[in-house]
Design a protein around this ligand. Structure first.
Ligand code: SF4
Length: 462
């Protein structure tokens, strides 16, 4: 294994075929390794932020709130309150004397100004250290204003990003069960773990509409507080991002008996399979849902497959590296790349579990590198070693790709193009094609032997 990988990190990297499968994961990032991972606070923030009619107040120093405007595309079809970023901006004196008064004043002012349906208050590292009683402040303000004011216990230092998902789910769970479920169809679902980054929740909702299935709540893309309050009335939870909202699904199953299915709206097979799963679930109630679903998938595929075949002629044999947040996405993308004739040779995630990685190892090709909680040096090393043509990741991975002169596809929070559903698969294929086939790469030294020789000569001559 290369020297780039610190000794303490070696157990979090696996090369398929070179050794029996064994991977350490789901543990705190190694200090000093400059992990690509976000903190606990960020984990909870990205899950809750798309709830568009809620107030999101970060209780902490302003630095924690910097990466918040447009932290996700998370488009809303109505209110835009989620796109405003609020912070209590804790200063030295607050750290010494406590920030509760400032928090309470901020909450009262913001609620009066914006009339939100609920407020989420995020705890940060410093709040965990000084010990502000957020729960008591939220309870007081909630009693006076009449809206739910929910503390999110997301102190950045208390674990890895997954802890943030848990904190977010616990906060949302306090809303669930407080709304009226009258009038909800027996054929109804909640969409969990889709964040409507580029309008994808709307694509999926439209499929369900055509199948005759009601969507009660989007959790959380284009989310609304009142929908979440009554979502315990839905017959089924569909959980996409397994890390982010699985806890909520489990809590709802335990308390309300709502069953859940894991789904993915990415790629061809997984999208179709997810729709079929829903059709199977409701077939006892309405047998005709199966034929409606088959017809829907058939119509979508007859449009999509010829277009994919066209793009495949250029992409056949190209190599892919991907680094994603939750590993559910990696499963779907590996299958999606196979439709394009491409091979995934490096795959990693921030928050995968042992089962996730085991499953990844089973579906990946021999020689593929699997990595947990990577850092930029490791990713750059793997990309060079495998000589990849395109890197799929998010905002923190983009510069790594461009510095190394390989194509890049943003499949994360900041993307502006819908990549889910059948139409999303075509958008994805076009994105990959445009990046991989860009003429700019031929000017990179590593792609042009003559230029590489020239660069080497220049380096020698100073
Ligand atoms: S919560 Fe802590 S780790 Fe997260 S951004 Fe704030 S200071 Fe940094």
């Amino acid at each position: 294994m290369n020297q780039t990988i610190l000794d303490e990190r070696k157990s979090q990297v696996h090369r398929i075929g070179e050794e029996p499968f064994a991977m350490a994961c789901n543990r705190p990032s190694l200090a000093g390794a400059v992990s690509q991972r976000a903190c606990v606070f960020c984990g909870s923030r990205v899950v809750l932020y798309p709830i568009a009619d809620a107030l999101h107040l970060v209780h902490g120093p302003i630095g924690c709130a910097t990466y918040t405007w447009d932290i996700r595309g998370a488009i809303s079809s109505g209110p835009q309150l989620h796109r405003l970023s609020f912070s209590t901006d804790l200063q030295e004196m607050d750290v010494i004397f406590g920030g509760e008064k400032k928090l309470e004043a901020s909450l009262r002012e913001l609620i009066q100004l914006h009339s939100p349906k609920a407020a989420f208050v995020y705890s940060t590292c410093i709040v965990g250290l000084i010990g502000d009683d957020m729960e008591a402040v939220c309870r007081r303000v909630s009693a006076d204003t009449g809206i739910p004011v929910l503390p999110v216990m997301s102190e950045g230092f208390k674990g890895n990003k997954r802890e943030g998902y848990t904190a977010a789910c616990k906060a949302m769970f306090r809303l669930v069960g407080t709304g009226d479920t009258a009038g909800i169809s027996p054929m109804s679902v909640n969409i969990l773990g889709d964040f409507n980054l580029a309008g994808e929740t709307w694509i999926v909702r439209e499929y369900f509409r055509k199948m005759g299935v009601e969507v009660v709540a989007n959790v959380t893309g284009d989310g609304r507080v009142d929908d979440i309050r009554r979502c315990h009335g839905a017959a089924l939870n569909l959980v996409q991002c397994s890390g982010a909202t699985m806890e909520l699904a489990k809590m709802m199953q335990e308390k309300y008996g709502t069953p859940f299915h894991r789904v993915s709206y990415l790629g061809v097979e997984d999208m179709a399979e997810s729709l079929y799963k829903v059709a199977d679930f409701f077939a006892g109630h309405d047998p005709s849902i199966k034929s409606r679903t088959v017809e829907l998938v058939r119509a979508e595929l007859s449009d999509l497959m010829p277009k994919l075949a066209e793009l495949r002629t250029d992409l056949e044999g190209k190599k892919v590296a991907m680094y994603v947040g939750g590993s559910f996405k990696a499963f779907s993308l590996i299958k999606a790349f196979r439709h394009l004739g491409m091979r995934v040779v490096v795959v990693g995630s921030q928050t995968g579990t042992e089962e996730d990685y085991k499953e990844l190892a089973e579906i990946s090709d021999p020689g593929t590198i699997i990595v947990d909680d990577a850092n930029p040096l490791e990713l750059a090393q793997f990309i060079k070693e495998k000589d990849v043509d395109v890197f799929v990741g998010g905002v923190k991975e983009r510069p790594i790709a461009y510095k190394l002169g390989v194509g890049f596809c943003d499949h994360n929070h900041e993307r502006k193009i819908a990549l889910e559903g059948f139409v999303g698969m075509y958008n994805f294929a076009r994105e990959i094609h445009a990046s991989v086939m860009s003429p700019v790469w031929r000017f990179m030294p590593r792609r042009s032997p003559a230029r590489a020789a020239c660069a080497a000569k220049e380096a020698v001559n100073g």
